[in-house]
Design a protein around this ligand. Structure first.
Ligand SMILES: Nc1ncnc2c1ncn2[C@@H]1O[C@H](COP(=O)(O)OP(=O)(O)OP(=O)(O)O)[C@@H](O)[C@H]1O
Length: 209
């Protein structure tokens, strides 16, 4: 059971406050949507959860049953889908998956690879016909979702996961997010999409300027 707690967190860049003070709790098995206009700090919020950024003021703690997780421990729990994550253009879909999953000590059998492609509705033929640099943005987004699903993480940080996906792709994301929450994954979802917002058990609305 994971709990993420924001205690009186304010975030500024170059002296300009983006949001805060903000206090909130996120829990395993719950989907929390972080909403707000462009520039309100949704991606920044996810980075604070992942300890990829330290808050200007206040504290962000991530705890399990044994207490507060240190940064290295937290990384083992996290998986992230974000526009800031780049796949390697000159690797195939399979090679990209092997690289990112290899960093987590996960090796993927052929059957599992095929199953993941099916889950994200990426055709095996299309996925193997070209380097990922030649994929459409939606195909790359589906591949990032496949890496997330294979990562066996219990905290998902999703930054606009439906971006660049067609209706079937957005439905796939919604299905996987709901299934993950049922399996007790903590999902934090930064979004402006009403369909994704509707998945949420809790909403943290960032005010913006
Ligand atoms: N490392 C940084 N240095 C300076 N300013 C930053 C940094 N990261 C974010 N910002 C600023 O903080 C604000 C919030 O950015 P963020 O990307 O979190 O917003 P967002 O709500 O995710 O936006 P969008 O909906 O456009 O994706 C923006 O004004 C951005 O320019």
């Amino acid at each position: 059971m994971i709990t993420i707690e924001f205690s009186e967190v304010s975030q500024s860049f170059h002296g300009r406050q983006i949001f805060g003070p903000l206090s909130a709790k996120l829990h395993s098995g719950r989907i929390t949507a972080v909403t707000g206009c462009n520039g309100s700090g949704k991606s920044t919020f996810l980075k604070l959860v992942g300890h990829l950024l330290l808050p200007t003021k206040g504290q962000v703690t991530v705890s399990d049953a044994d207490g507060i997780l240190k940064q290295a421990e937290l990384r083992e729990h996290l998986a992230m889908v974000t526009p800031e994550l780049r796949l390697y253009d000159r690797l195939t879909a399979r090679e990209n998956m092997d690289f990112f999953l290899g960093l987590r000590g996960i090796s993927l059998a052929d059957a599992a690879y095929r199953q993941l492609l099916e889950r994200v509705e990426l055709s095996f033929k299309a996925a193997n016909a070209a380097y990922t640099g030649e994929f459409s943005t939606g195909m790359r987004q589906r591949l990032k979702m496949a890496v997330l699903l294979a990562a066996q993480a219990d905290i998902w940080l999703l930054d606009e996961p439906g971006a660049n996906l067609d209706e079937a792709g957005r439905a796939m994301v919604a299905r996987e997010v709901r299934a993950a929450a049922r399996q007790n994954v903590l999902v934090a979802l930064a979004t402006n999409d009403p369909g994704e917002e509707a998945l949420a058990d809790e909403i943290i609305a960032l005010a913006g300027d």
